[in-house]
Design a protein around this ligand. Sequence first.
Ligand code: HEM
Length: 194
Amino acid sequence: MDFLLDHKKTIIAGFILTAIILAAAAVTGDGLDASLLIGESTRWLHVMSGIIWIGLLYYFNFVQVPSLGGVTAETKADLFKEGSIVRRALHWFRFGAMFTLLFGLILAWGLYKNGGGAAFSVDIMIGMTFGIIMWANVTFIIWPNQQKVIGMVEATAEEKAAAGKKALLASRTNTLLSIPMLLTMVTSAHGSLF
Ligand code: HEM
């Protein structure tokens, strides 16, 4: 059980267990052809990256930001330095967002290939629109402004404060949108609202 002491090995073990389940399904099941395997793997990777992204979004909004209220500039500089929790969390957050979008667009392409425009229900259109707005917020507002806040990009104290406010508002917008986004993303394939 030593592998549980190393997070990379733990993740690898999770992938190996998944591969075993897929192999068992290929041998014993009757539904697993190659195209289904690619489609299901894409959906699974999409949801995995979505969990990383939205999990960290909720961590920032519900845990980190509320506890950094009265922290001094010196302590913040320490908390935001290279290799810190904040930098690691932002790294996984950004890549989570990128891969969620990438796998989401591959899924959308799959829908289009199989059913054309008619395959896009109102549910998935709402989910995708909100998801894409959220990704754009991460890429074009949150990350550029966070880089100033954490000192990766040179900025004065006033610029840092303004950048922090912009990033916070975009992050709060994403928290708000994530709630209906997730509902319609899931209902698009289970029960359909519209
Ligand atoms: C970033 C933009 C996003 C796009 C373009 C997108 C696109 C899609 C598409 C096309 C599907 C497949 C629907 C189907 O096969 O019928 C899907 C499914 C799904 N997405 Fe997204 N998505 C995005 C963001 C997210 C986020 C942030 C999450 C959060 C976890 C998420 C969670 C899910 C889930 C759980 C499903 C599976 C629905 C099911 O089959 O039960 N998506 N997404």
